[in-house]
Design a protein around this ligand. Sequence first.
Ligand code: G3P
Ligand code: CA
Length: 355
Amino acid sequence: MHNRFMQSLTLTLLLAATTASASDGKALADAQGIPYPAVIAHRGASFDAPESTTPAYLLAREQGADYLEMDLQRTRDGVLVVVHDDVLARTSDVAERFPERAASPVSAFSLAELKSLDAGSWFNKAYPERARASFKGLRILTLDEVIDIAEANPERHPGLYIETKQPAQFPGIENDLKARLDARGWLEKPGRVVLQTFDRNSLALLHQAMPQTPKILLLWVAKGSIEPASGQNFAESGESDKAAFYARQQPKDHSEFERWLDYAKAGGAIGTGPSAMRSGLGEQSYADLIQPWMNQASHQRGLLVHVYTLDDPADFDKALKAGVDGVFSNRPGAFMRFLGRTPGGEGQLLRQLGY
Ligand code: G3P
Ligand code: CA
């Protein structure tokens, strides 16, 4: 009898803790004008179209995603562009167009040079089952062009979720970003822009430049970031399967994880962007940093939790039950369907959009 009473009490307390945690997240999101749970289209709808290109962002917008996510870099001639990798080899034909600079950083190219690259054909080769002839010859986009997409449909108003990528390579990029967002009138819209970075120094600079704009500190387990219990980085492990290695990584201890929450708070962030392990592992499966105690520790500090990067309904379910407040997804349509917000089918929408 005593045991049954204790079990029931424990269950009640657990449910209360979960409910309190979830409602805390909603209240935190509401206070910032951020949708809850937030649907963040990771590099656009990048499962169905080449990442960070026009059809990927158009599709995410038409699906009703809350935010278009992008990685910001700067050209040699000072233009802000949207590219994820440090180099262009994976997502363009740079090796054919500029063989001597195939391994050079984005900052080694002028805007005209970047615009001469084909940023779509690689996708057709990598994912023949999702290939479309119209993806051939897609162009790398500037920040302004992504803003144009976000503004173009009066019935769809996605926000912008902007990461300063490798910010140490781009001194002053935080102020450049402020200037463009200001010029386009986006800093007056509460919750419509969210800024994100893995880099604590860039977080401080973003906060200095745009104190009122919500910011997220991205979290990652590795030496130099959240200290791993294993004491090793992937390269030092000698393993070949990255996802399997990351799946075993965890913070050294609770206080190490909490130390990074405190860095986020002290740096002016309103939330964190932790990594997640995917149920099917594979690409973009990382360390599990959305365990319920982690999300509770974030909420206790008044921090939202937006997790990267999940595409599968089983993973959406697990993440939301664990207490996250938003999801970066390459398949924003799948997350919208999971939430009961029903967009049209991806193929049909892409056809309607002319792809
Ligand atoms: O910005 C959140 C998530 O996108 C971080 O990972 O490497 O895809 O930019 P990455
Ligand atoms: Ca990113």
